[in-house]
Design a protein around this ligand. Structure first.
Ligand code: PGA
Length: 251
């Protein structure tokens, strides 16, 4: 099977509408697409409209959404409102789970809503430092996957992307080693297949990915891309990670 990479940038609560537009134009000039390479950015909601039309080289994702289509849900954005604006939507990022108290049931509803509205969910899973130190990483990941995918039809599973993001590695500068990340990706693939999912699951690694460690992480067998936070906010840094992916595909 030919190798593919998705290099994705999660901008979190950074960049307003104008900054988002400028960034995308500059980023698009900084790299060439090669077969198998997909590049995506996940800007804040207010910047999303019109971004998809700026450059076909760069796909767009949302960082969150609610699962109802419409109604009295002040402050929320529905999946149907994202249709036509984005290709992907992040679901269950650890900051949503921890700061905004999203439950496994919320995450499950969001995954199903994204699929219903033809958006590709990027489902985030990952363990805390305490869970890792207590030897509970695999249990945590399996449990998060099972709960997030409850009642998802098998034939819809291939539209889901997984992001493995160990919480202790997010924004800390402390990335999982390539070997640690590979081990968890392999484990997730196994659980995925036990649950009825297909062979070529896209699993992104996220957590302090930088130009300096991006290449070695991307070179691992079961790592099919990266979800980059801090280093996706600067064109040179994000572009350097994209170039690692392009070079590895070119080999
Ligand atoms: P980071 O964030 O690269 O800044 O660690 C990753 C993420 O939260 O998706």
């Amino acid at each position: 099977m030919r190798r593919k990479y998705l290099i994705a940038g999660n901008w979190k609560m950074y960049k307003n509408r104008d900054e988002s537009r400028e960034f995308i134009c500059e980023l698009a000039r900084s790299f060439d697409l090669v077969p198998g390479l997909t590049v995506a950015v996940f800007p804040p909601f207010v910047g999303l409209a019109g971004l998809r039309d700026l450059d076909a080289k760069i796909k767009i994702g949302a960082q969150n959404m609610f699962y109802e289509e419409k109604g009295a849900f002040t402050g929320e954005i529905s999946p149907s409102m994202l249709q036509g604006l984005v290709d992907y939507v992040l679901v269950g990022h650890s900051e949503r789970r921890e700061i905004f108290k999203e439950s496994d049931a919320d995450v499950n509803n969001k995954v199903k809503a994204a699929l219903r509205f033809d958006l590709s969910p990027v489902l985030c899973v990952g363990e805390t430092l305490q869970e890792r130190q207590a030897g509970m990483t695999e249990d945590k990941l399996k449990n998060q996957l099972e709960k997030a995918l409850q009642d998802v039809k098998k034939d819809e599973m291939d539209r889901i992307i997984i992001a493995y993001e160990p919480i202790w590695a997010i924004g800390t500068g402390l990335n999982a080693s390539p070997a640690q990340a590979q081990e968890m990706h392999h484990f997730i693939k196994g659980v995925w297949q036990e649950m009825g999912g297909g062979q070529d699951l896209t699993i992104l690694y996220g957590g302090s990915v930088k130009p300096e460690n991006g290449r070695e992480l991307l070179a691992q067998d079961d790592i099919s891309g990266v979800l980059v936070g801090g280093a996706s906010l600067k064109v040179e840094q994000f572009s350097a990670i994209i170039h690692h992916g392009a070079q590895l595909l070119d080999k």
